[in-house]
Design a binder for this molecule. Structure first.
Ligand SMILES: [Zn+2]
Length: 449
C-alpha cells in the first residue's frame, strides 16, 4: 500500500471517529422570562401566550415547578448553580445589602465548558451581570442594563441578539442562556399588545405606565394606595408585556427551527419568579413566599422525547442535573437537585419538596412546600401553614388550628435546613455609583443612599 493511501485511510478513520462522537452532544438553550407567573402559560392562557402554548405541545410541561426565591438574583443563582440560596449565597435585602454568588460555588456552565461547549449568556438586569457572579462561567456574556428601569433592552432586541449570536461564527455544541426582562416593572407594553390587553383601562390615558421608581418607592414605604382598580390596571399592562415577550420568544424559537437547530437542541423555558396582584393584599415580588411568587412555568423540549404533562412538584435546583444528564455530562458534586429525566420517562415518582427563602424586602422568610402543604416561617418565629389540597390560594392559615401538621412540616423544614451550608467564598458586592443609580431606578434603595 502506498504511503499516501495509508495516510488518507487513517485520516478518514479519525474523521469518522470524531464525527461519530459529535452528534450525541445536544445544544442547550435556556430561556428565563423574568417575573412570569405560572398561570400566564397553558391552555387557559392561550390568548395571552400562544407561542409558549404551541411550544408546550411539543415539550414536557411541568405544571408544578417552584422557584427557590421570590426575586431575580437568588432565583437565577439557584437555576445556574443547582443549589439553594443559603448555599449559593447570592441575594441579600434592601436593609442588609446585596451579595453575589459565593466564590467557591460551581455552576451548570462548568461541565458544559469542560466538555467543549461554546457557552454564551444574554441578560438584561444588573443582578445577572458579572458583578454578582451568577453568569461568570459563561464564555461569552452580553449583559445590557441601563441606569433607569424604563430603558431596558426590550424583548425584540434581546431576540435579535440571540439570533445574531446563532448566526455568527461559533462552535457546536453550545449552551445559550437568554434572559427576557419585559414582564418585570415598569409595565409599558408596546403596541399592538397594549391595545389588545389594556384597552379597557386606557380610555382616559394611553400613556399611563406602572411600576416607575416613584411607584416602587411609595410601595416599599407602604404609601402606595393598592386599590383594586389601580392594581387591575397594572395587571392589564403586565399582561401586555407577557404577550409581547411570548411573541419574541416565539420569534427566537422560529429562528432556531429555521436554522435547522431544532433536531439537536434541548430548549428549556421557565420564569425566575412570579408577581403579586393583590393575591395576598400586596403587589410586585420579593416580599413573600406564596405561590403567586414561587410557582413558575417550566417547559423542556428534548428531541426524541414524547411531549407530556407532569403534575408532580419539581424545583429549579433539579434543572442543572437534568441538563447534565440529557447532555450525557457528569453533574457537579455540589448539585442538590435530582434530574427530571426519570419524571419525563415515567420512572421516578419520588417527592421533591421545595425549600424557598430570601426576600428582598419585608420579613425574613423560609418556606417548605410539599405536594399538599406549605409552611412559611418568619425570622421572628411567626408561622403560617396552608393545606394546599383544600386551599390552593393559601388563604386560611392553619398554624393555630392544626398542631400535628405544623409539627410535621416544621420537622421537615428543620431537617432540610440542617443539611444546608454556605458553599463558601467571599461574595460581598461593591455597589458602584452606576449600580446604585440602577437600583434606585427600580425603587431598590432610598434617596439618601
Ligand atoms: Zn426576576
Amino acid at each position: 500500500m502506498r504511503l499516501t493511501t495509508l495516510i488518507l485511510q487513517v485520516f478518514g478513520l479519525l474523521t469518522l471517529l470524531v464525527s461519530c462522537g459529535k452528534p450525541t452532544q445536544p445544544n442547550v438553550v435556556v430561556i428565563v422570562i423574568d417575573t412570569l407567573r405560572a398561570d400566564r402559560v397553558g391552555p387557559e392562557a392561550a390568548a395571552l401566550t400562544p407561542y409558549l402554548g404551541k411550544f408546550a405541545q411539543g415539550a414536557v410541561s411541568f405544571d408544578q415547578c417552584h422557584a427557590h426565591a421570590p426575586w431575580t438574583l437568588p432565583s437565577c443563582a439557584a437555576i445556574l448553580s443547582g443549589v439553594h440560596p443559603a448555599e449559593h449565597g447570592a441575594g441579600g435585602n434592601l436593609d442588609a445589602g446585596m451579595r453575589g454568588l459565593g466564590q467557591d460555588v460551581g455552576t451548570l456552565v462548568q461541565p458544559f465548558s469542560q466538555a467543549g461547549y461554546d457557552t454564551h449568556a444574554i441578560v438584561n438586569v444588573a443582578f445577572l451581570d458579572k458583578t454578582f457572579g451568577v453568569t461568570r462561567d459563561f464564555g461569552g456574556l452580553d449583559a445590557v442594563y441601563f441606569s433607569s428601569n424604563t430603558e431596558v433592552r426590550r424583548a425584540a432586541p434581546t431576540t435579535q441578539a440571540a439570533l445574531k449570536w446563532l448566526d455568527q461564527e461559533r462552535d457546536e455544541p453550545f449552551l445559550l442562556f437568554v434572559h427576557y426582562f419585559d414582564p418585570h416593572a415598569v409595565y409599558d407594553p408596546p403596541q399592538p399588545f397594549r391595545r389588545r390587553f389594556a384597552k379597557d383601562q386606557d380610555k382616559k390615558d394611553e400613556s399611563f405606565v406602572f411600576g416607575t421608581r416613584k411607584h416602587m418607592m411609595a410601595l416599599r414605604a407602604g404609601q402606595l394606595d393598592l386599590n383594586p382598580r389601580l392594581i387591575g390596571r397594572a395587571e392589564a399592562l403586565y399582561n401586555g408585556e407577557v404577550a409581547y415577550t411570548d411573541a419574541e420568544v416565539g420569534r427566537l424559537l422560529d429562528g432556531l427551527s429555521q436554522r435547522g437547530l431544532d433536531e439537536n437542541s434541548i430548549v428549556v423555558i421557565t420564569g425566575d419568579h412570579g408577581e403579586e396582584f393583590l393575591d395576598h393584599g400586596g403587589f410586585e415580588h420579593g416580599h413573600t413566599l406564596y405561590d403567586e411568587l414561587t410557582h413558575v412555568p417550566l417547559l423542556i423540549r428534548v428531541p426524541g422525547k414524547e411531549p407530556k404533562g407532569v403534575s408532580q412538584i419539581v424545583r429549579h435546583v433539579d434543572l442543572a442535573p437534568t441538563l447534565c444528564e440529557l447532555a450525557d455530562l457528569g453533574p457537579l458534586e455540589s448539585f442538590v437537585g435530582r434530574s427530571l429525566v426519570g419524571l419525563m420517562d415515567g420512572t421516578d415518582d419520588q417527592p421533591r419538596p421545595v425549600l424557598a427563602q430570601g426576600n428582598m424586602w419585608g420579613p425574613d422568610l423560609t418556606s417548605y412546600r410539599s405536594a399538599g402543604w406549605k409552611l412559611i416561617r418568619a425570622g421572628d418565629g411567626k408561622q403560617e401553614l396552608y393545606n394546599l389540597s383544600l386551599d390552593p390560594r393559601e388563604q386560611t392559615n392553619l398554624a393555630a388550628s392544626d398542631g400535628e401538621a405544623l409539627r410535621r412540616l416544621g420537622q421537615q423544614l428543620d431537617l432540610a435546613l440542617r443539611g444546608m451550608a454556605a458553599l463558601g467564598g467571599s461574595n460581598q458586592v461593591k455597589v458602584t455609583p452606576e449600580l446604585q443609580a440602577w437600583m434606585q431606578a427600580l425603587g431598590y434603595g432610598g434617596e439618601s443612599q
